[in-house]
Write a protein that binds this ligand. Structure first.
Ligand SMILES: Cc1cc2nc3c(=O)[nH]c(=O)nc-3n(C[C@H](O)[C@H](O)[C@H](O)COP(=O)(O)OP(=O)(O)OC[C@H]3O[C@@H](n4cnc5c(N)ncnc54)[C@H](O)[C@@H]3O)c2cc1C
Length: 270
């Protein structure tokens, strides 16, 4: 790994200023994706600006009809939060099944969304729930955030501050985890909320995507067997040693039905 200079941000504005002064620098959340990427030599920032000390970026609160989670809130804190469990139990369960305890105690919501791994769990929740990503300068709807493989709407000097989740009527997440990393071989989040029925799929392609055929079927009738005639085409899905595109397409249907059934039992997952 290339040498780098470590900086501790004093505030969000300070993090932005430090990044602007160091164009080859990177923010550091929990380091659970950036450090492995640096060890592999796939990123070589000259400077790393840590957000870890910023209390303003951590925590969970309910504001009216929205659940607001600070970007530096760890997966473990989301999983353990009574506010999250009360408002969107599926989100607490999703966080509880990310990686292992070490990853959950260091990794953060903002880091996961900025990294946008095609098999990450949070992107499915953010897209299905129609969440809004709040940065130091703007609010970005989930539909505009995810832009393909490891790509997002984030600017190089922009800091994610929080994510605002509309509280759904019901939601559930179902995933088949990779047996070693626990990343989603396929994960499906189903939500019925203010924006209607939304179904988001992670792990199956180059990035998280909405399954519109499944959404239409569930909008007509919200029940597992309503998905019987709907499918996601295998064309363009990921084929790798862990599963073919056809297998992943099949899993999308199976997991979507499981998620809808879990919605009927009060939500949850995976
Ligand atoms: C063994 C292992 C297993 C894992 N299993 C899973 C799993 O099952 N499911 C899953 O979803 N994930 C999994 N992960 C990934 C994990 O969830 C990471 O925590 C997450 O992807 C990145 O969060 P982080 O806070 O560690 O970010 P970092 O690694 O610190 O940063 C990642 C990227 O985000 C940027 N960044 C960080 N914070 C911000 C911010 N506030 N604003 C703007 N940019 C920011 C950084 O500059 C960097 O580009 C696993 C990781 C490991 C190592």
């Amino acid at each position: 790994m290339q040498d780098f200079t470590f900086h501790r941000a004093e505030s969000v504005a300070d993090a932005v200023a430090k990044l602007r002064a160091r164009p080859e620098g990177k923010l550091l959340g929990g380091g659970q994706s950036l450090i492995p990427v640096m060890k592999l030599g796939l990123a070589a920032p000259t400077d790393v600006v840590s957000l870890a000390g910023l209390a303003e970026l951590r925590g969970v609160r309910v504001e009216g009809k929205e659940l607001v989670i600070g970007a530096a809130t760890t997966h473990a804190d989301v999983a353990d939060s009574a506010e999250v469990r009360g408002a969107i139990p599926a989100l607490a369960d999703l966080a509880a099944h990310i990686g292992d305890p070490q990853v959950r105690n260091r990794g953060t919501l903002g880091g996961s969304l900025a990294h946008n791994d095609p098999a990450a769990d949070y992107p499915a929740a953010v897209l299905a729930l129609g969440a809004t990503i709040v940065t130091d300068r703007r609010r970005i709807p989930a539909d505009a955030w995810f832009q393909g493989l490891f790509a997002t709407a984030l600017e190089p000097d922009e800091v994610i501050v929080a994510v605002r989740f509309p509280i759904p009527e019901k939601a559930a997440y179902a995933k088949l985890p990779h047996p070693a990393s626990k990343f989603a071989l396929v994960g499906v989040m189903v939500a019925k909320g203010p924006a209607g029925v939304r179904v988001a799929v992670t792990g199956a392609g180059a990035g998280v995507f909405r399954a519109e055929a499944l959404e239409r079927a569930l909008a007509a009738r919200f029940a597992p067997d309503a998905l019987a005639g709907s499918a996601v085409p295998a064309d363009g899905l990921t084929s790798d040693p862990f599963g073919s595109a056809e297998y992943r397409a099949h899993l999308v249907g199976v997991l979507a039905r499981r998620a809808v059934a879990a919605c009927g039992q009060g939500g949850g997952g995976p």
